[in-house]
Design a protein around this ligand. Structure first.
Ligand code: FMN
Length: 286
């Protein structure tokens, strides 16, 4: 080891925060880039996996850790469907033809909001259930999201890589039938999981100052923050002309930004079948 490398400054949490937001900070300057915070600051989705199974023991530990997530009123309104049968797994993948890399994941899971159990418990305990509300639906959706994130955190701590998949909701009726989801249960997102083959890219986030409000919600600086974020992100992660969304409709720009991309993404209707599906699953959303 050379004298220079022996004294090379060790990365700090502040370095990771700066990389995440592309902005200078002193927060975490004296703290080494290790531990839970460092892992969270450096996390990114994984879309390339090695062909290597995950042991049953690890899967059980990950499910156990995920299901330790907080739950609204301890109602425990999340369910996970693990696609184990190869034929059913292929049929699930076929619902997402634009992302063939999903076939390379060791595991494919579907995280669901599950209000069925509460409704069944009301029947079993001979009680009314006057709560067919949007709030009830949201509680189940939030529980499922928290369980999925807890699963991701646990899996990444075990050296695995993950990518959530809302794409799996594109053909929601087919997915519901494939997984035999009963009334009261709805898919929130899929999750591709495996041993990472390559590290994904770290994606720059909107600044803390634009997303964290003090005392009251204040969006007065948003447009300026957005313009600066767009510029930082375009400099770090330029979008090649061929990858600009809906270029045939909106043209090809020399300065293609995150906000342009997101505005283009939602310039066409997306998943208008989800509301009818959820109502068809018995949710009144009152
Ligand atoms: C609920 C949810 C659904 C997502 N669905 C997809 C998806 O269908 N396909 C995909 O490639 N990535 C999907 N992602 C991953 C996001 O694209 C990714 O998190 C985002 O680009 C930020 O990148 P990062 O997580 O690496 O920071 C999803 C993420 C979440 C939280």
């Amino acid at each position: 080891m050379t004298a220079t490398s022996a004294h090379a400054p060790q990365p700090t949490l502040a370095d990771l925060v700066e990389r995440r937001f592309g902005l200078p900070t002193s927060a975490g300057r004296d703290r080494p880039a290790t531990g839970t915070l460092a892992d969270m600051l450096a996390r990114r989705v994984c879309r390339r996996f090695r062909q290597e199974p995950i042991s049953e023991e690890t899967m059980e530990l990950l499910f156990a850790a995920a299901l330790s997530a907080p739950s609204k009123s301890d109602l425990q309104q999340a369910s996970i469907v693990r696609l184990r049968d190869p034929d059913r797994r292929r049929r699930a993948e076929a619902l997402m033809p634009s992302m063939p890399w999903i076939a390379g994941a060791a595991e494919l899971l579907v995280f669901c909001g599950d209000n069925r159990r509460m409704r069944r418990i009301a029947e079993l305990r001979a009680k009314p259930f006057p709560n067919d509300t949007l709030d009830m639906f949201m509680n189940a959706a939030v529980d499922a999201g928290l369980v999925m994130q807890a699963f991701i955190t646990a899996a990444e701590a075990e050296g695995l890589g993950c990518c959530p998949l809302s794409l799996i909701r594109n053909q929601i009726d087919e997915l519901g039938r494939l997984l035999a989801l009963p009334a009261g249960v709805f898919p929130v997102a899929g999750l591709a999981l495996g041993h990472p083959e390559a590290q994904g890219k770290l994606s720059l986030r909107l600044p803390i100052t634009a997303l964290v409000h003090e005392d009251t919600y204040d969006a007065s600086g948003f447009e300026a923050e957005l313009a600066a974020y767009d510029a930082r992100r375009a400099a770090l992660e330029p979008t090649p002309a061929g990858k600009q969304r809906y270029a045939e409709r909106w043209g090809t720009l020399t300065e293609y930004t995150w906000s342009e991309d997101k505005a283009r993404q939602y310039s066409v209707p997306e998943r208008h079948n989800f509301g009818p599906y959820v109502r068809g699953q018995g949710f009144g959303l009152n």
